[in-house]
Design a protein around this ligand. Sequence first.
Ligand SMILES: Nc1ncnc2c1ncn2[C@@H]1O[C@H](COP(=O)(O)OP(=O)(O)OP(=O)(O)O)[C@@H](O)[C@H]1O
Ligand SMILES: [Mg+2]
Length: 309
Amino acid sequence: MTEYAVETHQLRKVYRSRLRKQVVVAVDSLDLKVPQGCVFGFLGPNGAGKTTTIMMLLGNVYPTSGSFRIFGEAISSMSVRRRIGFLPEKFQFHDLLTAEELLWFHGRLAGMDRHLLARRVPEVLEQVGLSERARSRVREFSKGMQQRLGIAQAILHDPDLIILDEPTSALDPLGRRDVRDLILHLKSRGKTIFLNSHLLSEVEMVCDEVAILRAGRVQRQGDLDMLLQVHPVVDVELRVPSERVMQAVRAVSSVLSEDGTSFTAEVQSEEDIPMLARCIIEAGGEIMRFVPHRESLEDLFVRVVEETK
Ligand SMILES: Nc1ncnc2c1ncn2[C@@H]1O[C@H](COP(=O)(O)OP(=O)(O)OP(=O)(O)O)[C@@H](O)[C@H]1O
Ligand SMILES: [Mg+2]
């Protein structure tokens, strides 16, 4: 059995418009490896090629060259298609149907039998917080409710790989938290989630790995904790102010700011951070807070996109 849910090899998509004689390289030399059971963030500025990649993975857009495998198999295999759930970026539902009817319709199209649907439909509506609105028509739904329904549709047949193209763009903060919890719940059940989102603070909270795409090419890829730079700067808060501690801290670092019980100190390198903590404790300091500065995903995104311009 393969360890990757998605593996692409030099995947490329070129769109040609005959009318305007335009050639757009939407995706270029894409080598992705998405381990099974992880939450994978697929990031990049507008027009970077994210949706095009997803469309290729689903078999909706034919690659110009290169290849890919889903759970080690080609997308032409029906058994592999059944293992994928998908929330499109721009979804349009039959909005005269009720939420329940719509899920039944999609479930039947996916080949699910009636017994299974009778159990799964209420279950997924509950999971996305729409149980109360099961019998309302989709056209009466707010944008956020429609997005929740889209997620319910994507997980209805209990797929192993769930591809979500912008799942929280229309959701309020509570809705976003619900989706985050749902993603983590799915992960705890061994599912792989391929998430495409511009909401980087959310991605940072749920993703194990990310790839940052720009102009069709992957610029960075890997474990999120490894990609984010740690700065050798630490915010410290002590229980009580202590001149003895501050003297010890000044001996091993430069104090950038100081205010009562709190101070910020810079050491030589990341490796010296534990030494700073030890030195405070040895000088009798009681640490209430000790927070090394770390780059946010947004900082990393901006850094990568700017440096590859
Ligand atoms: N059907 C198409 N025909 C021609 N060009 C296309 C088509 N679909 C996408 N493109 C072009 O391919 C490039 C990548 O588009 P894509 O939709 O994959 O980007 P994206 O990363 O999903 O962007 P966004 O964050 O805005 O959703 C863009 O330059 C876009 O104009
Ligand atoms: Mg897109």
